[in-house]
Design a protein around this ligand. Structure first.
Ligand code: FMN
Length: 180
């Protein structure tokens, strides 16, 4: 079983991130979560800790500081990286190789041989935006597996492409991806 680093952005689909963390743990994976600071405002990290049994990280600096360099410790621990849900902003930061928060800093420090998957979740107009499309292409070119979003009713009240797939579908895609 894998040591999965689950990175979550501040999406309306973040509740599925909690369920995903829970089901991956139940499937036998060790799951350590990093939330972006904005994601941690939407859903408490404690919920992720409760379902995974592992400490959750949000910040590297400040009173939460755990080790001397959490991004290196998390990056070398991971045998696979899953970013779900991935916001437009987080996708852009990952595509550009920025390192301004713990999610992006850690992902940059993960060895290239470690498989990584990103699961976009956003409003249909955001997904169609050329900048977002370009950033997703960049990630694919950099070796990321990009999971297609679904079409359907969105939390923002519109119908269209951009929904995070149901957790069972993500689990099936992850199992296939890890099997390789
Ligand atoms: C309730 C709520 C839901 C949101 N859902 C999404 C979303 O599904 N996708 C997205 O790209 N941005 C969404 N946003 C906007 C992001 O939270 C915002 O761009 C934020 O800066 C992303 O930060 P992060 O990428 O560091 O998590 C949402 C904002 C709020 C307040």
């Amino acid at each position: 079983m894998s040591q999965l680093l689950l990175c979550c952005g501040a999406s309306a689909a973040l509740h599925k991130g909690v369920d995903l963390a829970s089901k991956l743990t139940q499937a036998g994976h060790r799951v350590r979560c990093i939330l972006t600071p904005t994601a941690a405002e939407l859903v408490s990290p404690q919920l992720f800790e409760a379902v995974t049994g592992e400490a959750v990280s949000v910040y590297e600096m400040g009173p939460e500081r755990r080790g001397s360099m959490d991004h290196i410790e998390l990056a070398t621990w991971a045998s696979a990286v899953l970013v779900a849900p991935a916001t437009a902003d987080l996708i852009s930061r990952l595509a550009l190789g920025l390192a301004g928060d713990l999610v992006t800093t850690t992902v940059l420090a993960v060895p290239q041989a470690v498989p990584r998957m990103v699961c976009p979740a956003m409003n249909p107009n955001m997904l169609e935006n050329p900048a977002v499309a370009r950033n997703l292409r960049s990630l694919a070119e950099d070796g990321w597996r990009v999971l297609d979003s679904e079409s359907g009713h969105m939390a923002c009240g519109v119908d269209g492409q951009g929904r995070l797939p149901e957790v069972e579908e993500i689990l099936a895609a992850v199992a296939k991806w890890l099997a390789g």
